[in-house]
Design a protein around this ligand. Structure first.
Ligand SMILES: [Zn+2]
Length: 448
C-alpha cells in the first residue's frame, strides 16, 4: 500500500502531557481558524446567533447549539450575507448530530420550497453535503454517499474549505465500514491536510483517523489518538455530541489497550453529557452503550439498543450485547438471534466489514449466516457475491495479501483463500490482477 498512516498520526496527535496526565488547554486556540471568521465577526444578528450556536456545539452543548441555530435559521439576514444563508444548513447538520431525523427532513423540505434557480455553487455544495450526511446517518447509504461525493467535488473546486471536513468524515467512515481501506485512507489524508490548516471542529476527524489506524494496524496503532481524544476535554465533549458511536468505541479501544482509566473517563463524560442534556435520546443511548460495555451490564445495553435511532449504532450495541451474553451458556439462542439481528442491519447499511466480523462470530456457534442468501442486501452486491466475498474482493483488489485481508475481516487466511476462490468462480476470473482490473471498472464504487 502506498499510503502510510504513520505521518498522519504524527500530525493528528492531540497535545497532551502524558507525564503529568494533563491536557494542554491551549488546544484549539482559535476555533474559527480556516473558517469564514470575517463574516462571523459582522454586526448582523443572524451571524451572531450562528456564531453562538457554533461555539456552543464546539464545547459540547448540543442543546444551546440547536436553540441558537433554529433562531438564526428562522431570522434570515437583512444585510444579504451569503454566509447567513447557510444557517439553515448548519441547523440541519446539528439536527443530524441529534439524530432528530423528522425535524431535519422537514427543514430540508422547507429549503427545497424556498430555493430559487440562481443558487450559488457554495449553496449547492453545502446542500449536497449536509443532506448527504443526513441520508448516510439515516441508513440510506448509497444515496447519502452519492450526494456527499458530488458536494465535495463542488466544494473542492470552489475553495469552500469549511465544508470539506464534514464530507471527508462521512466518506472515510463509510469506506471503513465497507472495508475499503484505500478510500478510507485517501479521505483520512485529506482530513489531515485540513487539520494542519486548523479547521473548525476536529473531533470527528480525529476519531475517524483513530478508527482507520486501528483497522489498518491493530489497536496499538491508535493508542496515542485514543488517549489524546479522551484527555482533551474540548475534543471529547465535541465528539460525544457529534458521533453517538464514539463513546462505546473509545471504551472498547481503551480496554483492549489495558487503559481502564481512559475507558472510565470516556464513560463518565458520556454519562455527564447525557445528564446535562436529557432531551436527547441519542446522547442517552450512547451513554448507556458505553457504560453497559464498561460495567458489563446487559440491562444498560438492552436499553441502549431500544434507544438508538441510528441503525449502525443499533447493530453495534446488539453485537456488544451478544458478546456479553455469550459468557453465559444458557443464553446461546439469545446470542445467536442478537448477532443475526446485528448482521442483517450491518448488511442493510453497507457495513461489509462489520457484517463479516459478526458472520464470523456466528460461525463459532455453528451458524453459517455469512454465506446465507437471506441476509444479503438484495440487488446491491454485484455478481451474487455474499458480504464476506464482497469484502474479500474489495481488499484483494486493493493489493492486500490474504493474511492482511484476514486480519481486516477477522477470519483466517485459509478462509480468505476459500472466499477468493468463490469470487473468481462467480466473476469468471483467474487472478488477483484480473480481479483488481474488473473491480476498478465497476461503477458502484465511490472513487476518490
Ligand atoms: Zn447576515
Amino acid at each position: 500500500m502506498s499510503t502510510s498512516l504513520t505521518p498522519t498520526l504524527a500530525v493528528m496527535k492531540i497535545p497532551w502531557d502524558r507525564k503529568r496526565n494533563t491536557l494542554q488547554r491551549s488546544f484549539p486556540q482559535q476555533p474559527f481558524v480556516g473558517n469564514t471568521d470575517d463574516r462571523l465577526s459582522s454586526s448582523c444578528k443572524t451571524a451572531s446567533l450562528f456564531r453562538r450556536s457554533a461555539l456552543a456545539w464546539y464545547s459540547g452543548r448540543l442543546d444551546a447549539g440547536l436553540r441558537y441555530a433554529a433562531a438564526a435559521a428562522a431570522r434570515g439576514c437583512e444585510e444579504g450575507h451569503e454566509f447567513c444563508e447557510l444557517t439553515p444548513f448548519w441547523h440541519i447538520a446539528l439536527l443530524t448530530k441529534a439524530r432528530d431525523f423528522g425535524t431535519a427532513l422537514q427543514a430540508i423540505d422547507l429549503l427545497g420550497n424556498r430555493r430559487d434557480r440562481s443558487e450559488s455553487q457554495l449553496m449547492t455544495a453545502t446542500s449536497l453535503i449536509i443532506r448527504g450526511e443526513l441520508l448516510f446517518v439515516m441508513g440510506c447509504v448509497d444515496e447519502g454517499l452519492a450526494e456527499v461525493d458530488a458536494g465535495l467535488r463542488l466544494a473542492e473546486g470552489h475553495d469552500a474549505r469549511s465544508l470539506l471536513p464534514t464530507g471527508y468524515v462521512v466518506m472515510a467512515t463509510a469506506a471503513l465500514r465497507r472495508a475499503d481501506m484505500r478510500t478510507c485512507l485517501h479521505y483520512v489524508d485529506k482530513l489531515t491536510g485540513e487539520a494542519l490548516l486548523g479547521y473548525f471542529g476536529q473531533a470527528a476527524g480525529a476519531w475517524v483517523t483513530a478508527q482507520a489506524a486501528e483497522a489498518r494496524g491493530g489497536v496499538d496503532r491508535a493508542a496515542d489518538l485514543v488517549a489524546g481524544i479522551v484527555a482533551n476535554d474540548v475534543v471529547l465533549h465535541q465528539l460525544l455530541v457529534s458521533e453517538p458511536a464514539a463513546a462505546s468505541w473509545l471504551v472498547r479501544a481503551a480496554r483492549a489497550l489495558g487503559a481502564d482509566d481512559v475507558a472510565e473517563t470516556a464513560v463518565r463524560a458520556a454519562c455527564a453529557t447525557s445528564e446535562e442534556q436529557p432531551e436527547f435520546s441519542v446522547l442517552r443511548g450512547a451513554a448507556l452503550h458505553a457504560a453497559g460495555l464498561l460495567e458489563e451490564d446487559a440491562g444498560k445495553l438492552h436499553e441502549a439498543a431500544n434507544t438508538y435511532l441510528d441503525r449502525w449504532c443499533g447493530a453495534s450495541v446488539r453485537e456488544d450485547l451478544a458478546g456479553l451474553l455469550s459468557k453465559r451458556r444458557s443464553e446461546r439462542n439469545n446470542v445467536i438471534s442478537t448477532l443475526e439481528s446485528a448482521l442483517s442491519t450491518y448488511t442493510a447499511v453497507g457495513a461489509a466489514r462489520d457484517a463479516s466480523r459478526v458472520a464470523n462470530k456466528l460461525r463459532n456457534y455453528g451458524v453459517r449466516r455469512g454465506v446465507s442468501r437471506t441476509v444479503e442486501r438484495e440487488g446491491h452486491l454485484p455478481h451474487g457475491l455474499t458480504n464476506t466475498e464482497f469484502a474479500v474482493a474489495e481488499l484483494v483488489s486493493q493489493g492486500y495479501t490474504n493474511n492482511e485481508v484476514g486480519r481486516q475481516l477477522f477470519i483466517s487466511r485459509h478462509t480468505v483463500a476459500f472466499h477468493l476462490k468463490k469470487v473468481y468462480q462467480k466473476m469468471n476470473l483467474t487472478s488477483r490482477v484480473e480481479l483488481a482490473a474488473k473491480w476498478k471498472a465497476m461503477q458502484w464504487r465511490h472513487e476518490p
